[in-house]
Design a protein around this ligand. Structure first.
Ligand code: XIL
Length: 302
C-alpha cells in the first residue's frame, strides 16, 4: 500500500484521523484526508455540547457533514463521544441526580439513533477514571449519579444501535503498571463477566516527554484484548520531531500490529497545524501538508 489506509487494510485494520467540519473546505486538508485515511472521528462535532446545545434540541449539522465526508470517501466513522465530563452544554453542567441520569440516557438514545447504521464504533464513555494512584473513578456530575452510570450508558447505546461497536475510551491507560490502567481493566473484566455490552477499549495515546510511549504498551493492549474486546488507538499524537518522533510512531504502530485484536489506529489531526496542542509538532504531516519522517515510519511499519 502506498497510503496509510491501504497499508493498514492489508492486515484488516483501518488508519484514521480526527476531522474538523470547518476544515473540509481546505483543499490541502481534504486532499490528504481522502487519499490517506480509512476511518474518521469528528474532533468536536459529536460531543454533547455540539449535538444537544439545549436540552432536547438536537443539532447534527457538523456531525452530518463529517458523516457525509466519510461516506463519500468510503471511510468508516467513529462516534466521539456520548458521555463525558468535558464539553457538556451549560444546561447539563448544572444538572445532577436522577434528572441528569435521565438526561444523559436520553442524549445517548437520541444521538445513537440518529447515526444508527453509520457508525463503526462509538466512544460511549470518555475519561471516567481519575489520574494518579487511586484507581478511583473521576469525580463528575455523571459519576455522582451513581457508580452504575457507565453500564447504564452502554446498555442505552446498545439498545439504540445493536450493530455499532461500543467502546470505553481514556488517556494515561497505556502503562500496564499504572493504577488507572488497572482500574479500567477491572471495569472491563467486570462488564464482560456480567454481560454489560462493551466491545472495545480506546487508548487515546497522547504522548509527550512527560507521558512517553511506555515500554509495556503492547502488553497493555494485549491484556485488554485478552478480555475479549477489540482495542483501538483512538487519538494518537506524539510530541517531538525527526527520527526520535518517527521511532516512537513506529513503536506504537508495531504494538498495534502485534495484537490481533488491535483493530486500527487514529491520529488526532492531519497536519501539525491542525493539532489541538497549541504548540508543537505531534502529527504525521507538517503545516504545508508534506509527509514527515513520522509518516514514513508508520507506513513502513504497517
Ligand atoms: C479536543 C479537541 O481536539 C479540541 O479541539 C477541543 O477544544 C478539546 O477537545 N481527549 C479527547 C478529545 O477525548 O475529545 C479531546 O479533543 C482531546 C483529549
Amino acid at each position: 500500500g502506498t497510503t496509510l489506509g491501504s497499508a493498514a487494510n492489508r492486515t484488516g485494520r483501518y488508519f484514521g484521523t480526527a476531522v474538523s467540519a470547518s476544515k473540509l473546505s481546505d483543499s490541502v486538508y481534504t486532499g490528504i484526508l481522502t487519499r490517506e485515511f480509512s476511518m474518521i472521528t469528528p474532533e468536536n462535532e459529536m460531543k454533547i455540547d455540539a449535538t444537544e446545545p439545549n436540552q432536547n434540541q438536537f443539532s447534527y449539522t457538523g456531525g452530518d457533514r463529517i458523516a457525509a465526508q466519510a461516506a463519500s470517501q468510503g471511510a468508516r466513522l467513529r462516534g466521539h463521544t456520548l458521555a463525558w465530563h468535558g464539553q457538556q452544554p451549560g444546561w447539563m453542567q448544572s444538572m445532577e441526580g436522577t434528572t441528569l441520569r435521565q438526561a444523559i440516557l436520553n442524549h445517548i438514545t437520541q444521538v445513537v439513533t440518529h447515526y444508527r447504521g453509520k457508525i463503526y464504533a462509538w466512544d460511549v464513555v470518555n475519561e471516567a477514571f481519575a489520574d494518579g494512584g487511586s484507581g478511583a473513578r473521576r469525580d463528575s456530575n455523571l459519576q455522582r449519579t451513581g457508580n452504575d452510570w457507565i453500564e447504564a450508558a452502554f446498555r442505552a447505546a446498545r439498545a439504540a444501535d445493536p450493530d455499532a461497536k461500543l467502546c470505553y475510551n481514556d488517556y494515561n491507560t497505556d502503562d500496564w503498571t499504572q493504577a488507572k490502567t488497572q482500574a479500567v481493566y477491572r471495569m472491563v473484566q467486570d462488564f464482560r463477566s456480567r454481560g454489560v455490552p462493551i466491545d472495545c477499549v480506546g487508548f487515546q495515546s497522547h504522548f509527550n516527554a512527560n507521558s512517553p510511549v511506555p515500554p509495556n504498551y503492547r502488553t497493555t493492549l494485549q491484556n485488554f484484548a485478552d478480555l475479549g474486546v477489540d482495542v483501538q488507538i483512538t487519538e494518537l499524537d506524539i510530541e517531538g520531531s525527526g527520527t526520535t518522533q518517527a521511532s516512537n510512531f513506529r513503536t506504537v504502530t508495531e504494538a498495534c500490529l502485534a495484537v490481533a485484536r488491535c483493530a486500527g489506529i487514529t491520529v488526532w489531526g492531519i497536519r501539525d497545524t491542525d493539532s489541538w496542542r497549541s504548540s508543537g509538532t505531534p502529527l504525521l504531516f507538517d503545516g504545508n501538508g508534506q509527509k514527515k519522517a513520522a509518516y514514513t515510519a508508520v507506513l513502513d511499519a504497517l
